[in-house]
Ligand binder design. Sequence first.
Ligand SMILES: [Fe+2]
Length: 156
Amino acid sequence: MKTLAELFEHTLKDIYYAENAITKALPKVSKAVKNIELKNAVDKHLEETKGQIEILKRVFQTIDVKPEGVQCDAADGLLTEADGLIEESEGVALDAGVLAACQAVEHYEIARYGSLREWAKVLGNEEAHVMLSEILDQEKAANNKLTNLAVTSINK
Ligand SMILES: [Fe+2]
């Protein structure tokens, strides 16, 4: 990789892989948590994530590249960590721990989409900039929702 365009394409494939991995992981997370509000938040984010994958396919179209993922070690690591928490915890520790693990994933996504949408802008790809900004806003909202849930109910 040498150019910003190549970096953009690579990172787009990285987050595409991550979103697909998240889609596979969330049903297990939803099943594991006890707090009903947390469960609802996870279910809602699963649906939102499926929508994000569709938006990403349209971003691929703007650069004439077929949508495909490249393995993302960071997302794999974060999801493995969440899985470990589910196996090893119960009660309040399980819900609080899984919520924190979900936030780690959100923070990763916020970092990636923040870079991607700025690169799209610099590359003159306004269409991609708008779509990636839309996803970034969804991730930030999901993260804020988790923070509120933790502070107002789960951690109590
Ligand atoms: Fe996402």
